[in-house]
Design a binder for this molecule. Structure first.
Ligand SMILES: [Zn+2]
Ligand SMILES: [Zn+2]
Length: 340
């Protein structure tokens, strides 16, 4: 089969490799669509939790090609997507029912073979059927939508809250839609690219403020005019340390700041502990997801979270390098789908 294979960071090729073996409780998936994500840029440089050699691609959907001999719940031809997060089940945290903190966190497309290939093999309990009305391209958004659900679980947004989001990439737009439908009465999204803000207004009915690349300081007054006492929740969906630092300027007393975008591992921010203490600010992170796929498909299947509009590019596997370039350099690029 054709697969994208990294031998080391920044060194990849399309190779012809054997179709993976299917274990008794596993399913072989013919990949029809696999999303490229900012995380794939981190993985390209050898960051995040990447291990090499590696076939990346953690946002995939396709059809069942073959089932292991102990798999009875699926049959070949069914349209499916799969949860790429595989906690080990036996470490300290797994045994405390906190699988996201798994000490042996295995994630297809990050440190195990993923979906930028014609076939990928997945444990059957991680496979989820997708409804007819969802295209493979849309179903490839199940993973980012699942990460957003995990973020929502962590935030526990109270109905009627005010929420400020920095960043309007695909995950930011999905998060905006979900926050809109899960009780926020006042949602403001800030980003530098007008085209992305337009998408947020259309899909999430949010107020938007265009900001510069270095952050929101110049737009402080306009942003605060939407929530004069500060926002209940301020969420970074950019991964930029400048933005994370500036979140403190917009959160209300007793409010919450969440880091949802993927920062660089060596990024550093300056924060004032006195500010956190005196204003009782909650400062939290939300990373990936486990066990959120079922609910994610629900949002997508019902069209409550809309993603088709987020697809700006589609490439065959052979043009993966070009896809990475577009994601890095084209400010208006949203989701790029690879079709192996
Ligand atoms: Zn992703
Ligand atoms: Zn574990």
């Amino acid at each position: 089969m054709k697969a994208l294979v990294y031998s080391a960071p920044e060194e990849f090729d399309i190779l012809d490799i054997p179709v993976p073996q299917v274990g008794p409780k596993q399913v072989l998936i013919r990949v029809k669509a696999c999303g490229v994500c900012r995380t794939d840029i981190h993985i390209h440089s050898g960051r995040f939790i990447s291990e090499f050699p590696l076939t990346p691609g953690h946002e995939f959907a396709g059809t069942v090609e073959k089932c292991g001999n102990e798999v009875f719940e699926f049959k070949p031809g069914e349209r499916i997507t799969a949860d790429n997060a595989l906690p080990c089940g036996h470490c300290y945290f797994c045994r405390r029912n906190e699988p996201l903190y798994c000490e042996n966190f295995y994630s297809l497309g990050c440190n195990g073979p993923g979906g930028f290939a014609e076939y990928v093999v997945v444990n059957s309990e991680k496979v989820f059927r997708i409804p007819e009305n969802l295209s493979f391209e849309e179903a490839a958004f199940t993973e980012p939508t699942a990460c957003v659900i995990h973020c929502m679980d962590a935030l526990k947004i109270k109905p009627g809250s005010s929420v400020l989001i920095f960043g309007a990439g695909p995950a930011g737009v999905i998060l905006s839609q979900m926050i809109r439908h899960c009780g926020a009465s006042n949602l403001v999204v800030c980003a530098p690219t007008e085209k992305k803000l337009e998408m947020v207004r259309k899909l999430a009915g949010a107020n938007t403020v265009q900001i510069g690349r270095s952050g929101a300081r110049d737009a402080h007054q306009i942003i605060m005019s939407f929530a004069p006492k500060g926002f209940d929740y301020v969420i970074d969906a950019t991964g930029s340390s400048e933005i994370v630092e500036q979140c403190f300027d917009f959160v209300r007393v007793g409010g919450c700041i969440a880091v949802f975008g993927v920062p660089n591992e060596d990024a550093v921010v300056k924060i004032k502990p006195y500010d956190i203490y005196r204003r009782e600010i909650k400062f939290m992170g939300t990373f990936a997801q486990t066990h959120c796929f079922e609910r994610a498909i629900g949002f997508l299947a019902k069209g409550i979270v809309r993603v088709a509009e987020l697809i700006t590019h589609e490439f065959p596997l052979e043009r993966y390098g070009e896809a990475l370039d577009v994601l890095k350099n084209d400010r208006e690029a949203m989701k790029i789908i690879i079709k192996p």
